[in-house]
Every structure is written in C-alpha cells, then in structure tokens.
Design a protein around this ligand. Sequence first.
Ligand code: SAH
Ligand code: SF4
Length: 344
Amino acid sequence: MIDIKSMYCNELEKYITDNDFPKYRAKQVFTWLNKGVESFEEMKNLPKNLIEFLSRSSYISVANIEKKLVSRYDKTVKYLFRLNDGEFVETVVMNYHHGYSICVSTQVGCKMGCTFCATGRSGFSRSLTASEILAQIEKAQKDLKVRISNVVLMGMGEPLDNFDNTVRFLKLVSCEDGLNIGMRHITLSTCGIVPKIYELSEYKFALTLSVSLHAPDNETRSKTMPINNKYPIEELIKACRHYFDVTGRRVSFEYAMIDGVNDSDSCAEKLGNLLKGLNCHVNLIPVNSVKGSGFKKSRIERQKSFVNILSKHSVTATVRRTLGSDINASCGQLKRNHTKKGGE
Ligand code: SAH
Ligand code: SF4
C-alpha cells in the first residue's frame, strides 16, 4: 500500500497518470489530503473509479485523538494521537499572541537516551513518515478550528535521526498547495547529530535550527546526553557556525537549567566563551522534572545570574515561559503514563 499523503504533488501526478487517470485529478487529490480528509470517500469531486483505485492501492495516514488535555491556565492543548498501526505520539498546540504554534513529534520514542527527557527514558519504537507528521497538524487544526501558523519539531523523537522523512515533511508542509507554512515559521530542534546538520544546511531552508546544548563543556554534557560522546561540543559548535554561514539564519540554543548540574556561574562563563561571536540566541528553560531522573529546576536566582553573565559576553538569552505546566506539556510524559497504565 502506498503512503499517499507523503507524496509530493509531482509524484502523485505520475502515480495517477501512470494508471490512466487525467493529470488534473492529482491536484484535486493533493488538495483534499492537505485539508485533512481521512478517507477517499470524502473526496467529493472525484469519480467513483478513481476513489476505488486509490482505496485499493494506497492509504491515508491519520492521527486519531486518543486523549486531549487543555491547560486551565493558558489554553495550551496537548494531544495523545493514535497512528494507523496503533502507536502513540504526543503533540502540543500553544496559543501565542502572534498565532498558534504546534510542537510535533517525528518519532515514536527516541534512541538518543538523554537522561532528563521522558521520551529518551522510554525507548524507541519507530520513525514517523512525513504524512504522520503532517497528520498531527491537520488533526489539531480541524479539532481546534484554527489555522496553525508556526511549527516546531520539538516533540517526541530526534528529527535528524529521521532525516529523509523530516526533509520530505518540511517540503510538503511549506508547499503552496499544501498547508503553506513558510520555512521562516518552522523550527527544527536537534540534540546535535553533527553530519546531519551539515547535510541539512545544504538544503538552505530558511528555518530556525535549534540546538539542545544543555551544558557548556564535554564533561557535563556527556553526563546527560550520550550523543555528546559521538559528536563533542567543539564539533557541534563548528557545525552551527557553518549552518549560519550557509543559511544566514541565527541559530538558537536550548539550555535546560538543572539544579546543581549545569547552572553554576562558572557554567555560564564557559557558555559565554563557547558562544562568543556566534550569531545566536540562548533559550534558558527551567528543567521539567521527569519521574526517575532525580533532576530539579534551577532556582530563579540562578536563571537571572545566567542571563547577566551571558549578556556580559554579548550573548543574548531569555528564560522561556513554560506553558501548560498543569498538563505536563513537555513531550513524552503523557505517552509514558498512558502506556504504563495500559501495558505494564
Ligand atoms: N530530539 C530533539 C527534539 C525533541 S526534544 C532535541 O533533543 O532537540 C525537544 C526539546 O525538549 C529539547 O531541547 C530537549 O532537550 C528538551 N527537553 C527534553 N526533556 C526536557 C525536560 N525534562 N525539561 C526541559 N526540556 C527538556
Ligand atoms: Fe531524544 Fe531530544 Fe529527548 Fe534527547 S531530548 S532523548 S534527543 S527527544
């Protein structure tokens, strides 16, 4: 069976014309798919024989709502979606003053094993197809009856460990006849798979690359992020400089502040020196405590001190507002609770 929603418009045209249907039907099918239809019967302007052909030879990826939580504080919505094969992923929709942002998953679980992360702690099952990443956005738009204008690839999984499907998703989601969400409204977050950062930069997408740094030196970083043993910090920063040189896009760094682990003044000094002269922005996030990790949020005083020290090094940093704190909006936690209840 063909994963029809992962096809580019020209691929769909070939598929349709090779099977003796007129070319203009491809555009109609593509438009329906991007409206989020979940069955071929919903494609009202297609002839019966085309609907039959499509149903016989292909399938539509769907994100079914298994669970939906709405934050009482800020209306952040978190979904647990069930995919066609019964796997679960999490998606979060946030309402900022400039519009709706969605945080999508790119894999079921993650192989990278970061110790502070709920997804990393619950293992890896499989990568998502481009259509399964799109389906999360389409379902959320349909359910909330809003247009989503910004996408962050910061849900479950490591997008650069699912490189080809992620690139396909990026091209599809930004395509004019598709959801038409421009690259400038997309952020891709990675734990730092260095060769893939170089590969991504070759596409010259105008998206924001967000790098999960979380430590200013190899010793501290390797303790919480195993990927650092493979691609040490110096190589990662070099790749980020290259990304900026090639794309002209400012890189952003995520730094989850963990009490007593990476939040001392000396850590801030090291971070300032590391990032000096690089066109970037640092997002400081008080770490979300995940069961079993033993990590606690840094105190406010630590967060303020970090911002001050970084600014002395001419590195801009902000403490990120946490949304949806009552619904465990950081990814991985809902799925973990759900599958534990059902399975173990
Ligand atoms: N795998 C990618 C994208 C998904 S994780 C990556 O690691 O960048 C999205 C972001 O959430 C990353 O910056 C990650 O480091 C961060 N994160 C994971 N667990 C967290 C926690 N417990 N508290 C704060 N941020 C966390
Ligand atoms: Fe994977 Fe990102 Fe979690 Fe690390 S932080 S385990 S890379 S999802």
